[in-house]
Design a binder for this molecule. Sequence first.
Ligand SMILES: [Zn+2]
Length: 192
Amino acid sequence: MAQMYFYYSAMNAGKSTTLLQSSFNYQERGMTPLIFTAALDDRYGEGKVTSRIGLQADAHLFHKETDLFKKMSELNEETQHHCVLVDECQFLSKEQVYQLTEIVDKLHIPVLCYGLRTDFLGELFEGSLHLLAWADKLVELKTICHCGRKANMVIRTDEHGNPIAEGDQVAIGGNDKYVSVCRVHYKEALGR
Ligand SMILES: [Zn+2]
């Protein structure tokens, strides 16, 4: 039976690399995967999933208004797909997470979602909240803090490397950087 998976982590845990490896595994077995990734700005067109180790693949972009179940049903009429992979799944809306469950339950296609669990304020993203609630399988992809402990938090820093403690959940086009740290060093960085 098809299932929905949520692979979650902090930044730089190799989520996109893992997604692309899964996609490759499906193709190697003669199956056809389909990749979605978030459109963070208003550009329409084809997207790409790229990993830090140099792999990349074409992806369909999802926007706030994209009905993923409808889109997948249409694409599936042209070509039978065997798996749906979603990158940047933290940016899914509640409705879109539900639509993904419909792909699993009605089209019987497994859906594998990859994304961040929490933002730089330590709060759940909308997509992650509903994936934690509705996915069949939760899988943590681990990365480590500079101290060697597991990093489960993300710090946003400005261009000088200073931690930022407030602001919008998503910063586009700025010079902000993200660093994954353990909870102890997250609290320390934010002076808590
Ligand atoms: Zn640490």
